[in-house]
Design a protein around this ligand. Structure first.
Ligand code: NAP
Length: 614
């Protein structure tokens, strides 16, 4: 058996088979599973990987060939774009199309790609359909090879975009921003980097993706292991052999441990199991595993798509998958099937004289039924009943990122693979020889941390630099308890500084769609400012306070759902009062309604809510 085998008898027919009447046993079981995992420390449990100093070895770039060789630069630019992932690239391309070409794009990585530059672990693949995930498909004419693209293909597409839109000439890689200061006299930002560069920028675009800084589990002894270890986003192929497609021949004869079974873990684990002498998987919470439903692209279908299809397909997907305001999307995958199942349950509840509670119950019941189906799938796939039990998920579907795989669950049928459930008995410590849990010490040669990325720290902590704004105001202070903006883009006392990413923005399943919408909005504001001779713009106090109120209101609506969730990134590890996690405090739902709100704002063309200095 290899990780390319398919083990789903009929993956296309997955539908819940059982109807649930009594919700109480499910509620009780889900809460008990949550309680097992709640910690006092919440998101503080994780160990930060410093740029320099503690654990910085887990941050080193294994993909770059050598260090930056460019001498320190001093330059005046119209827009400085910090981050060369999808966000930075989409922003830069939008600016160039608008005729603003005096821009510089900075990144710590050695190339474009962002998430897809860093995440090259074996099995890396996007869980969102490629036809709606890849940006600018209609412009580039590129045809994704499969419905669900490999990380390698997406990374290469980023490079293609950079070439097609001449971004390489505007880029400066292996360079990290160390600080930024507003100069009132020139109405410009002075930006410093670790390469000794000094940029004077009229506008700055910052990006805060969700998967920027790797973090390590809060387990005593991390760093004391005498064998080899790395984080999945800094995969050491020199040690494992192979590449993002697998073929980890360097692991022959090696005893391997992996901690973490999130979206990354479930993709990498089958490849580790294919090659390691033994593999121990440390799981605190299982991930929902839906069928992959991958297929090669039908090129004649792709080429027959009418003009404008890309945006339309994206909107239809997000309106159905996340917003639940439209019942249809041509993307027939796990996201949409689950949404449609819930929408059908809601429609059924709408018969007669329903109350709001009837609709809420219908949502909850259909979620339990969906998970019963996935639990049945585990039983049907995993031969050992005790192992199967550990792999079953007991939390509502959108509490955590769902996973999609046809090869993950069968991996646990291999004799060389052991699953260690640490939900009730946490890992005690990392030792010199391996990993100690209870009365067992697992001696291994390699420990892989599939433990995700920082999510509970403040915006400036994650960015790794502070910003000194107007009147001596520091961003670290202003955002210490969560970010405060107008529409997620601009913040008072920090003129001309844009925040893109998971700020106080719309929530959608397809992050690439959000990025396009945000970049479009920022480009509109910058273009207007440059055309109208505006020196500086920032939100008025009232407008910013108004948006914060909207954010608080939308957060309250989600509170009950996320309080009942097992801890994770989406509920700030159960600490819902901590606003620093933007997913808890600041996402607007329905996401597509947020995009309409921005479009309306642009249509008025009056920069409503912004204070402008000409
Ligand atoms: P993640 O979702 O944060 O998962 C981290 C894993 O580490 C979880 O299983 C977590 O368990 C476990 N963990 C943390 N501390 C632990 C400890 N002390 N002991 C045992 N286990 C511990 O990180 P990820 O898998 O890298 O995914 C990050 C995000 O990237 C995802 O949310 C997803 O959006 C994105 N992603 C997308 C794709 C895709 O599109 N294909 C692929 C990969 C990643 P708990 O759940 O109990 O905390």
């Amino acid at each position: 058996m290899t990780s390319t085998d398919s083990h789903i008898r009929d993956p296309h027919s997955f539908v819940p088979a059982r109807k649930i009447e009594d919700l109480e046993p499910f509620r009780a079981k889900y809460l008990a599973e949550r309680d097992k995992r709640l910690t006092e420390s919440g998101a503080e449990q994780y160990l930060a990987v410093q740029f320099e100093g503690k654990f910085s070895e887990f941050d080193a770039d294994p993909y770059a060939r050598g260090r930056r060789e460019i001498a320190p630069m001093t330059a005046e630019v119209d827009v400085l774009v910090i981050g060369a992932g999808f966000m930075g690239m989409t922003a830069a391309i939008g600016l160039k199309k608008a005729g603003i070409s005096n821009i510089k794009i900075l990144d710590v990585a050695a190339d474009f790609g962002g998430t897809w530059y860093w995440n090259r672990y074996p099995g890396v693949r996007c869980d969102i359909e490629s036809y709606i995930y890849f940006p600018m498909l209609e412009e580039t004419g590129y045809v994704p090879k499969e419905r669900y693209s490999t990380g390698t293909e997406i990374y290469e597409y980023c490079r293609l975009l950079a070439r097609q839109f001449d971004l390489y000439d505007n880029s400066l890689f292996q360079t990290r921003v160390t600080g930024m200061e507003w100069d009132e006299d020139t109405a410009r930002w002075t930006v410093n980097t670790d390469g000794g560069d000094v940029f004077s920028a009229r506008f700055v675009s910052t990006q805060s993706g969700l998967f920027v800084r790797p973090h390590l589990p809060g387990i005593p002894g991390v760093g004391s292991f005498a064998g080899h270890s790395f984080h999945t986003s800094r995969w050491d192929f020199d040690y494992t052999g192979g590449d993002a497609e697998g073929n980890l021949t360097g692991l022959e004869g090696k005893r391997v441990a992996i901690i973490g079974t999130g979206a990354t873990g479930i993709q990498a684990i089958p490849h580790l199991a294919d090659h390691a002498q033994s593999l121990v998987v440390f799981q605190r919470t299982p991930t929902q595993v839906m069928p992959r439903l991958n297929a090669p692209t039908d090129t004649s279908w792709f080429e027959s798509l009418p003009e404008g299809w890309h945006t339309e397909r994206r909107i239809a997907f997000d309106k159905c998958a996340m917003d639940r305001v439209a019942a249809d999307s041509e993307v027939d995958d796990g996201w949409i099937r689950f949404a449609k199942y819930q929408l059908a349950a809601m429609a059924e509840a709408g018969n007669g004289n329903p109350t709001l509670q009837d609709f809420m119950d219908a949502m909850e019941r259909s979620d339990y039924e969906w998970n019963e189906m996935l639990r049945d799938r585990v039983d049907a796939t995993v031969l050992d009943p005790a192992t199967a039990e550990k792999l079953k998920t007991y939390y509502r579907t959108l509490c955590k990122r769902p996973g999609f795989s046809d090869v993950y669950l069968p991996t646990f049928n291999k004799e060389s693979v052991e699953l260690v459930d640490t939900s009730a008995t946490p890992i005690d410590r990392i030792t010199e020889r391996g990993i100690a849990v209870g009365d067992r010490e697992f001696e291994v040669d390699l420990i892989i941390y599939a433990t995700g990325f920082e999510h509970g720290r403040s915006w400036t902590d994650k960015a790794g630099y502070d910003v000194l704004g107007r009147n001596g105001n520091r961003l670290s202070k202003k955002f210490s308890d969560g970010i405060s903006t107008l529409h997620g883009f601009l913040s008072q006392d920090f003129p001309n500084l844009f925040f893109l990413g998971f700020t106080q923005t719309g929530a959608v399943s397809n992050f690439a769609h959000l990025i396009d919408q945000q970049a479009n909005h920022m480009v509109y504001i910058i273009t207007k400012a440059m055309k109208s001779g505006i020196r500086a713009l920032e939100p008025t106090a009232d407008a910013e306070a108004g948006w914060n109120t909207v954010m608080r209101e939308v957060s309250v609506a989600k509170l009950e759902y996320f309080t009942a969730c097992t801890p994770g990134q989406y509920n700030n590890e159960g600490k819902l009062a901590d606003n620093r996690n933007p997913l808890v405090s600041g996402v607007y739902m329905p996401g597509c309604e947020f995009f309409d709100l921005l479009a309306e704002w642009r249509k008025r063309d009056d920069l409503d809510g912004l204070s402008v200095t000409s």
